[in-house]
Design a protein around this ligand. Structure first.
Ligand code: LLP
Length: 463
């Protein structure tokens, strides 16, 4: 992950510490469109705007820290996936990346389906009016209550993750007098090039049923034998924040090989294959993500080719992007509280949030960018570490980045590409109040998830 050390260095240090940084950008005031949402720009006065609204005014109205979600950008990205995959495929947005009722409505309007992985996500989807048959229900240990709710609601598919679950879902469907459409999640044995905690298709992890030792074929056998289940396809998800298409291609090949084996053994051609989510996004200017149309082309070519070779009719493909849709559409706005230069090391910039609103840096060593957004500055670049206000030193939001050396308390800084897995993984650590999500579009801003209050915290504390 580590990149080359910067040759020039911050002005307060003679020797540069080890780090994940490259040279400071030529222009610290520039906003790289790779990492910022589409409607972000700067006014002539230097204030950053999103959806036509100045961040200074947004901070005034909604407070900091806060996530600002660019609705037009979200819709554009959702539409780009939908268009790229066309009518012969389905796009299931992975709600774990970020889910709220407004988002569910946008997805519905843009023609996407939804992947949920808990009773809470299912409840959110249903309460916002997503038709149940457009919902897929995932998870390696769905509770009986969750399965019952999903079957009763009539979800389009349940993705089976274990032998126990095959029987469990069948029993519940039978008791409700229903036949449930299901897919089987298989582990294809691919080592995805990403952080260990977000790689999911190698054998030694908790998800899915292994292809390699015949377990997946056995799961198909057992599922086909149960009248209460309608097996519609095979599912594979290899991991997250992946740039290399090779893993998806191997997965597609192995899943198609299973379809062929199922046809040979049972005389049934399963009509669907789901290749999961996992496409990487740009967190820094060094990342080069693939566009949805490139991904759609690569996946459909490989599936078509493999199916032709196996003389199978091409199944309906589905994918489950989460991060690639919502990730780039939001930034987190913070106010700088303290600026602490550590001679010979770097400058620590403390903001009013931290690991409670973005755990990804601490958990995955994730890299982020950061910019001064309430004004421009001609000051020299200084090497900074943006840290939160929590009581531990691992509370880091941006590990290594450059900000202008005149940065001062009261300045607003923003961390882009925080739409995915930030609010959805936010916590109340140190009794922090989780920030709001504010949707911005065409000069209007509205809260779609409100800021937590101390009353919210105390309401749960019933002792
Ligand atoms: N489908 C399934 C079955 C999944 O498990 C996931 C993500 C997705 C789709 C969506 O993956 P995406 O397109 O968003 O990469 N918290 C981690 C990511 C965990 C991903 C879990 N599953 C992070 O912050 O990087």
């Amino acid at each position: 992950m580590s990149r080359s050390a910067h040759p020039a260095g911050p002005r307060h240090a003679d020797v540069l510490p080890e780090g994940h940084y490259s040279a400071p950008p030529a222009d610290l005031n520039a906003l790289d469109p790779k990492v910022w949402s589409h409607t972000v720009s700067r006014t002539e006065d230097g204030v950053v705007t999103v959806g036509g609204l100045e961040v200074t005014a947004l901070a005034e109205e909604f407070g900091t820290p806060a996530y600002f979600l660019d609705e037009s950008d979200f819709r554009e990205r959702a539409r780009a996936w939908r268009t790229a995959f066309g009518h012969d495929a389905d796009v299931f947005y992975a709600g774990k990346a970020f889910l709220s009722r407004a988002v569910v409505r946008w997805l519905y309007e843009e023609g996407l389906n939804l992947d949920v992985c808990s009773g809470g996500e299912l409840a959110t989807a249903l309460s916002a009016g997503m038709p149940a048959d457009r919902i897929a229900f995932h998870g390696n240990n769905k509770s009986v209550h969750e399965i019952r709710t999903a079957v009763e609601a009539g979800v389009g598919r349940i993705v089976l993750d274990s032998f126990q679950e095959i029987v469990r879902v069948a029993h519940i469907a039978q008791s409700l007098g229903k036949r449930q459409r299901v897919q089987i999640r298989v582990t294809v044995g691919v080592e995805a090039h990403t952080h260990e905690f977000i790689a999911t298709a190698h054998e030694d992890q908790k998800f899915g049923i292994a292809l390699a030792d015949g377990q997946a074929a056995e799961a198909v056998r057992r599922t086909l034998a149960l009248d209460a289940l309608e097996l519609v396809g095979i599912h594979s998800h290899i991991g997250s924040q992946i740039f290399d298409m090779a893993g998806f291609e191997v997965a597609a090949r192995r899943v198609v090989a299973l379809l062929a084996a199922v046809r040979d053994e049972h005389g049934v051609e399963l009509p669907e294959i789901d290749l999961g989510g996992g496409l990487g996004i740009a967190y820094t200017s060094d990342d080069d993500p693939r566009e949805p149309h490139e991904i759609a082309k690569a996946l459909s070519e490989i599936v078509t080719r493999e199916c032709e070779a196996a003389r199978l009719s091409t199944p309906r493909i589905s994918v489950e992007p989460g991060r690639a849709i919502v990730g780039p559409t939001a930034f987190t706005l913070y106010e700088v509280g303290t600026v602490k230069p550590l001679d010979g090391l770097r400058t620590y910039v403390s903001v009013d949030g931290g690991m409670s609103d973005n755990i990804r840096t601490a958990l995955y060593d994730a890299e982020y960018s950061v910019a001064l957004v309430s004004r421009t500055s001609d000051a020299e670049p200084m090497l900074v570490r943006v840290v939160g206000k929590h009581c531990e030193s691992g509370d880091i939001v941006v590990k290594d980045a450059f900000l202008p050396a005149d940065l001062a308390p009261g300045d607003l800084i923003a961390v882009p590409a925080t739409g995915a897995y930030c609010r959805s993984m936010a916590s109340n650590y140190n009794h922090a109040l989780r920030p709001p999500v504010v949707a911005v579009k065409d000069g209007a801003a509205r809260v779609i998830v409100r800021r937590e209050t101390e009353e919210d915290l105390l309401r749960l504390d019933v002792g």
